[in-house]
Design a protein. Structure first.
Length: 244
């Protein structure tokens, strides 16, 4: 009797959790989940029947077991992406001049200079004046690199770096125009780049993408101390992956 009670209790809890999730999920997700849940429940039922000594009935779980095994790779991918960005994950952007990463949990940006006078240096080790010098060099050669460096300057140094840049250039309007041009450069984003920016892998569901997008936008939106460039990249990555 205790075994049947535990089985019933487990099924009840599972059904309640499933109903709560179904009320928030999309129809396509529900259909996929039902197929997986059916297979898992079938396997659990078969194991329970074996444990209870009902060997003659355990065979009914075999179809569910085979179906579950055939979906194993897809299930692993979903489980890997189900929680969106994890503390160990990061987004990466590589351009001609810099390779930058963003830690999802902390929002900390770091990177390496790939070209120019400071090639091989860590961007976090450069002074504000050196970063502005790197930014100006990138402006003359590669718009995407300039935009990434500007995003880093915005996040780490706030508005202060503009004073240094304006003092060097003697023309704030020219700086703003160059920045706008940098944001427009770079061409169309690929699916691989979009997944890398959101910290996801191939096979991520629509819900995974939306969760990663919202989580990162909270850290990178200009109102939260982020930058317009990174916010635009997140919007573009979401659009490439799910079309809205």
């Amino acid at each position: 009797m205790i075994a049947y009670f535990l089985l019933g209790l487990g099924l009840l809890v599972g059904i309640l959790l499933l109903l709560k999730w179904a009320s928030e999920a999309e129809p396509r997700q529900i259909l996929k989940a039902l197929a997986w849940v059916g297979g898992i429940l079938g396997v659990i039922l078969g194991l329970f029947l074996l444990w209870a000594g009902r060997y003659q009935l355990a065979w009914i779980a075999l179809p569910a077991l085979f179906a579950l095994m055939s979906r194993w790779r897809q299930i692993k991918s979903v489980l890997r992406n189900a929680r969106g960005p994890s503390p160990s994950q990061s987004s990466a952007v590589e351009t001609r001049f810099v390779r930058m990463t963003l830690e999802h949990e902390t929002g900390v940006m770091s990177g390496e200079v790939l070209e120019g006078a400071y090639a091989g240096c860590r961007v976090e080790d450069l002074s504000l004046a050196q970063l502005v010098e790197l930014w100006r060099a990138a402006q003359a050669e590669d718009a995407q690199s300039a935009a990434v460096i500007e995003a880093y300057l915005d996040k780490v140094h706030g508005e202060d770096w503009h004073d240094v840049a304006d003092a060097d250039a003697g023309d704030g309007g020219a700086r703003a125009g160059d920045s706008a041009a940098a944001r427009r450069g770079g061409g169309a984003m690929t699916r691989e780049e979009a997944l890398e920016i959101l910290g996801l892998e191939e096979g991520a569901s629509r819900a995974d993408i939306q969760h990663a997008y919202r989580s990162l936008m909270k850290k990178l939106h200009p109102d939260a101390g982020g930058s317009d460039w990174f916010a635009a990249k997140l919007n573009e990555a979401k659009r490439v992956l799910i079309g809205d």
